[in-house]
Design a protein around this ligand. Sequence first.
Ligand SMILES: C[S@@+](CC[C@H](N)C(=O)[O-])C[C@H]1O[C@@H](n2cnc3c(N)ncnc32)[C@H](O)[C@@H]1O
Length: 188
Amino acid sequence: MMAHGLRKVRHRCEFPLLLRLTNAVDICEVGVNRGRHLKWLAESDASHIHAVDTWHGMFELPTEDHLQDLIDWTIRRQERNRFHFHVGKSVNVAKELAKQGLSFDFIYLDADHAYESVIDDILVWWPLVREGGCLAGHNGLCSADPRKEREGVVAAVNEFVAILAEQLGVVPWAQDLLCSSWWIQKCL
Ligand SMILES: C[S@@+](CC[C@H](N)C(=O)[O-])C[C@H]1O[C@@H](n2cnc3c(N)ncnc32)[C@H](O)[C@@H]1O
């Protein structure tokens, strides 16, 4: 789906354009919070945008209101049917959506950035990515970044890419210039 545009993304705010150019229909963000990035993704032409979060507090701040704000926002846009909100833990929601037979052209992981959680998320969401589609996430792979959470993401993504490369040979993956996002394309 994305072979040509994949390496040209400079920042995650450009994903919607790429999604438009590649006719992405079903997309999903895991870890939504107040929806800053979800609102960018809304600028794609995707018919179905799935949003997954516990909405149950982050950094000791309550986040439940964010879900209602987002629902109100979709109503104001007259796009309530375009958005599907899933309240729950990432791994559980992924299993539920898999049971329902859903798959996606693009999945963006931005939930818990601890190593174990990123590994769990990658393993459980990867099967839901369509061939030619893309698994992406925040944050990028610049290991020079001192923040622990980013180190967890770096280690998890690198490990997964290495396993895939062993199985498949070449794995198209990339990151943007600011290292704010990584992405792996699923081979056709
Ligand atoms: C960094 S914020 C997401 C920011 C958003 N993607 C953006 O860029 O605007 C992370 C979110 O992930 C959610 N989260 C953390 N662990 C989770 C899990 N295991 N399952 C579902 N959501 C989770 C938190 O509630 C929080 O709202």
